[in-house]
Each structure stands twice: as C-alpha cells, then as structure tokens.
Design a protein around this ligand. Structure first.
Ligand code: FRU
Length: 496
C-alpha cells in the first residue's frame, strides 16, 4: 500500500507540484495583441520571411520546449493582414544524431519559381545556418518544402557552404533578376564583416566579395541583408540597403545600416567608412530582415524585440510591427525611413468605428485625457498625430498612466528638436535628435509591453519594451509651457 502511494506521488502528483513551483506567474497583461508572440516559449530572430499567394509567412527562432534560448528550431506562423497571426507546427526542428546536435539558426527562404535547384517547380527553399555546438561549427544548409512551406526536407548534400569557422551565419538570399542568379549575404560575426556569394542553383555557391570593418564595429555582426530600393520611389534611382545587427545585449543600439551601390559583385558604401547610421535608436530592436517575394517592389521587414531583464510567461520575446523600408534624399545624403507597413494601415481602415478616435484642428494647452472613452484604456493603441508647433515647449502623449502618477511620456521638445521618452520613476530620459520641420508627426504604437515610435514619417525610429502594472492604462495628449495645434489625431484601439 505504502509502495503504491509512493509510486503515485513520484509519477503522478509530485512532478506536477514541483513543476508548478518552478513556473513563474503568467503575465497576460504584457502579451501584445497586434505584435506576434509564440503561443508559448522562447523566440528570437524572424527567419525565412516570405510572401506566397496572399499569405505572409513568418518563421522564427524558437525553443519549442522552454521559455529560454536553446534547442533552436524554426517555428512557423502565417498572416493575411499582418495584424492577426495563425500558429502552425514547427517547420524545421533541431536534429539530434549520435555525435552531432544541429540547431537551426537564422536564415531566409526563397520561392524557386524556375526550379533552379531541381527540388520541384515552386519549391520553397530555406537557407539557414546549421549550428553544431559539439563541433563548434557553423555552416550553411538548405532544405526544401513542396507543401507550401509547412514542412521541409533537408538537402542530403549539406552543407552548401562551409568555411570551417565557429562563427559564420544568418544567410539572406535574394534573386537577382539582371544577373539571373541567387545572391547570398552572410555574416562572419567576430570579423565584423559580411560575405557575398552567388549561385545558379542554391546548391553550389561562389564567393564574390566581402564588406566589413566599417560603421559600428564595437560588437559582432549578425543577421545581414542586402536590399535594392528605389530612392524617393524613383525607379531611375536604385540604391542598395545593407543592414547588419551589431548590438548584442549591452549595446545601446541594435542595428546599423549602410547605403551604397552593388554591381552584382561588390558593395560600395556611399559614406565614409567611419560613418555610423542606425536603424532604430532603441536597444531592443534586433535581427530584422526583409520579406522575400513581395509584389510591386515593396520592401518590408520584421525585427525581433529582444527581451532584457523583465520576464514574460508563458512566452518570451516578440516581433516588431512589419515596417516598410524607404530610402529618401535628405540634405545629409540618402537615409533610411521606416513606416508601419501600408498593409497594416489598410487593415486599420477596416476596423469598426467604435475602435477609432478621430480629432481635427484642436488646440492643446495642457493635458487632455483620451482614455475617458473607456474603450481606449487598453494599452493596445495605435496613435497617428500631426502637430503644428505653437508656443508650447514640448508636446506629445502619455501612456500607461495610473492613479499614482506613474506614466510614460513620448514627447517632442520643439526648442531642441528632440524626441524624448521618459518613464516616470524609472531610469533616464532618452532624447533623440530629429531634423527640424514645420509639422511634427508622431506615430506611437503601444501594445501592452512594446512601444514603437516613428517621428516625421519614420525619419527617426525608437523602440522599447515597457512593463506597466495591470491598471496603468491611462492615455493622454499634452502640451507644456504654451499651446500646440493638433492638426489631426487618429487613435485606433486594437484590443479586439
Ligand atoms: C541573432 C542570432 C543569430 C543566430 C541566432 C541564433 O540574435 O545570434 O546570429 O543565427 O540568433 O538563435
């Protein structure tokens, strides 16, 4: 009898109790609504972003078993409107063999319309880094899918590129129409450089050139991508955007970019080698890559919002909002601008009237609560406002307000031409310089625990993570030291 009781305890209830003790408290108040999170467990980089037949595929670095980094596999989700995501089974799992563990690190996916790889017409080919920790080796593998991206078969001839290094990762592959060839951009992290390879069949790759040791070289280089973009939307002015993630944990910014020319072989930086240009001025935005196969020369990227100290449960890590990539001429040269994807704006337009708050031409001279229409007190708001500066020294919005005066201010200081973000009672104020202009446009996307701010059409972008208390949901517009004209205000509540 005693034995039986012991066995019930050991196999039945005891492990459950022990596990329950280990588990952190769930944090549904911080689960974003319109930013992607895995149903449970860890995520980092977006992988294999590809648009197929009206569907946006998102693969992502995923630990299927735990809420921390490890067992790296490609998770999978899809969306039709970039607002709602459907979870799908793991697309490429880690592989355990006798002497080798293969983790599926970051990479990309292409549609092989012309069957260059001989895996079948319209096969989707994933190009990823096989990380083999026991061998301390990273090399490039390919795998193909003939069921629309749900499952992948590894190519028996892997690796397709091996330079015998422990750090060689994150291949980003695109199709070069002019050359009629594939182009891979891949990082050699410790060397702070990227390499460009070309192939006609995705299996045999030839090294073209290298680019590196320019811009910000304080940290290793990861997750590169090279993307053609028409400057100011003009097809006669094509430039190439080279993005690199080079933050890693304690750096203040995660991603940098270079603008230049690519002649099919070499990338030539437009700017002096020591010029540093950053994609996003928050340290959380990382490992972003563009979508492949989008129509109309659109270029849209997704990034990972890297979680730091504060834990969320039962998931950890989220994606940024999909952002359109634009290159614009400015007095200082060609610069990257980012906008929340136009596809998202089309989805916002379809929301019911009750989810929208619209105001025009009002003068703001103090703090004005926007949350009184109760439905806007949800911490899942999307604000798009244009101001004409008046006598006020600063103006903007306050989010996550509570009864005790806690709040986060996203403001604009008109004398200094600075965007500032201040979390009351916590840390320093962050200030970022913005070019002066007659009007100031603020797009503020606050989704439970992530805050993305786009100033003046995405000239300056700042992303951070916030973890407000459950009841801290107040929302207000403000002006300080005078008044400001709010030309137009749109707020969408995306909580349902
Ligand atoms: C970037 C990164 C990539 C790597 C992946 C592993 O966050 O370090 O370089 O492929 O994460 O999960």
């Amino acid at each position: 009898m005693k034995k039986k009781l012991l066995s019930i305890l050991l196999t039945g209830i005891l492990p459950v109790l022990l596990q329950a003790q280990d588990q952190p408290a769930p944090t549904p108040q911080w689960r974003p609504v319109y930013h992607f999170t895995p149903a449970k467990n860890w995520t980092n980089d977006p992988n294999g972003l590809i648009y197929l037949n009206g569907v946006y595929h998102l693969y992502y670095q995923h630990n299927p078993y735990e809420n921390k980094w490890g067992h790296m596999s490609w998770g999978h989700a899809t969306s039709k409107d970039l607002l709602h995501w459907e979870h799908l089974p793991i697309a490429i799992p880690e592989k355990e063999e006798k002497d080798t563990t293969t983790w599926i690190f970051s990479g990309s996916a292409v549609l092989d319309e012309q069957n260059t790889s001989n895996f079948g017409k319209n096969a989707i080919v994933a190009i990823y880094t096989a990380d083999q920790p026991k061998q301390q080796k990273e090399s490039q593998f390919i795998a193909y899918s003939t069921d629309g991206g749900l499952t992948y078969t590894n190519y028996p001839g892997n690796p397709v590129i091996d330079i015998h290094r422990p750090d060689f990762r994150d291949p980003s592959v695109i199709w070069l129409e002019e050359q009629h060839k594939w182009l891979m951009t891949v990082a050699v992290p410790e060397a702070r450089k990227v390499q460009f390879y070309t192939s006609s069949n995705l299996k045999e790759w030839e090294l073209l050139s290298e680019f590196g040791n320019q811009g910000d070289i304080r940290k290793i280089w990861e997750c590169p991508s090279l993307t053609p973009i028409f400057v100011d939307g003009d097809p006669a002015k094509k430039k190439w955007l080279l993005m690199v993630s080079s933050g890693n944990q304690d750096a203040a910014t995660g991603m940098q970019y270079f603008v230049g020319d690519f002649d099919g072989k070499t990338f030539k930086n437009d700017n002096p080698a020591d010029k540093q240009l950053f994609v996003d001025y928050g340290r959380t935005f990382y490992a972003a890559i563009p979508y492949n196969n989008l129509p109309d020369n659109r270029q849209t990227m997704l990034g990972w919002l890297m979680p730091f100290e504060t834990g969320t449960y039962p998931w950890r890590g989220q994606m940024s909002i999909p952002r359109d990539l634009l290159l614009k001429s400015t007095p200082k040269g060609i610069r990257l601008y980012q906008q929340p994807s136009e596809v998202l704006y089309a989805s916002l337009d379809k929301l019911p009237a009750a989810n929208k708050l619209l105001k025009k031409n009002i003068t703001i001279s103090k703090e004005l609560t926007l949350g009184t229409a109760k439905s806007f007190n949800t911490n899942t708001n999307w604000i798009d406002a244009t101001f004409t500066p008046g006598t006020a020294q600063s103006f903007g919005f306050k989010v996550a307000q509570d009864k005790n005066g806690n709040e986060v201010t996203v403001g604009y200081d008109i004398q200094r031409n600075e965007l500032f973000i201040r979390e009351k009672g916590k840390g320093d104020t962050i200030s970022l310089p913005v070019r002066s202009s007659d009007k100031v446009r603020l797009q503020i996307l606050f989704d439970k625990s992530s805050l993305e701010v786009f100033v003046n059409g995405g000239e300056t972008v700042f992303t951070t993570l916030l973890f407000p208390e459950k009841e801290a949901t107040g929302l207000a517009v403000f002006a300080e030291g005078g008044n400001v004209q709010l030309d137009s205000l749109k707020v969408w509540n995306l909580s349902k």
